[in-house]
Design a protein around this ligand. Structure first.
Ligand code: BTN
Length: 238
């Protein structure tokens, strides 16, 4: 049976992260907003969203041990791929397929179309998903998913599908978090990457705990955090 959750749709908020956290009372709480005044990304960065965008946050109390919570960012990304229409997501056969850039970005054709932000405190996790749906004039490294405005209901439907998938994936437990799926969806595995300390390596896979495994000159190691960039553009960070 699907895990129940409460859902609130608001026109404008500072950040859905704060709204979901404030409203959380024990049952998972999904907050969706048409606009955010102070949407935030990782590392305290401002999150700019497209004229038509999905901005949603789900607050919940994970039953998973806290040591496994770093996997939640990847699980939330897989849930986003589940929720997005098949012409973009897992089932897409070709160019235009969405991919995950470890650990928290959604990419399509080399441009960032969305991101995940997971925040935790006092035993409560707030997972946020931002996806740019239609963006006629985006910055150079960004894009919207649709050529035409898909309308206001699209974000609502996608946000609900994302929350349902995320809660379903959580119910499977931390060992079944989807490592192989995340590897298959990755846009950086097999690529040369630049790590936070400036070292270069080849991304070769994911660890069971969700870390990125890289290799250079016969040596393999796991990267748990820090920006990861490909070519000369930063495409992943933790
Ligand atoms: C990133 O790429 O740095 C993560 C971006 C996460 C943005 C979403 S939009 C919904 C939720 N509310 C926020 O303020 N941020 C997240």
């Amino acid at each position: 049976m699907a895990t129940p959750y409460a859902c609130t749709h608001l026109t404008e908020v500072d950040s859905t992260q704060d709204e979901a956290r404030d409203r959380f009372g024990g049952t998972p709480e999904l907050v969706i907003a048409d606009r955010q005044r102070q949407g935030r990304g990782r590392l305290g960065r401002h999150w700019d969203q497209a004229p038509r965008a999905l901005a949603a946050s789900l607050a919940f109390e994970p039953s998973w041990p806290e040591t496994t919570w770093p996997r939640l960012t990847l699980v939330a990304g897989l849930a986003a791929l589940d929720a997005l229409p098949s012409q973009f997501g897992h089932d897409s056969p070709g160019p235009g397929r969405l991919g995950l850039s470890w650990p928290n970005d959604l990419y399509r054709d080399g441009r960032k179309v969305g991101g995940i932000l997971v925040e935790a405190g006092d035993g409560v996790v707030v997972a946020g998903l931002g996806v740019n749906l239609w963006w006629p004039d985006p910055p150079p490294d960004r894009a919207g998913l649709y050529h035409k405005d898909p309308g206001p209901d699209a974000a609502m439907d996608l946000a609900r599908a994302w929350a349902t998938s995320l809660l379903g994936r959580l119910a499977k437990g931390p060992e079944e978090w989807g490592k192989e799926e995340a590897e298959a969806a990755s846009v950086i595995i097999g690529q040369r990457v630049v790590l936070a300390d400036g070292a270069e390596a080849t991304a070769v896979g994911l660890d069971d705990d969700g870390s990125l495994v890289v290799e250079e000159e016969g040596r393999r190691w796991s990267v748990r955090s820090g920006p990861v960039s490909i070519d000369d553009g930063e495409i992943g960070e933790q």
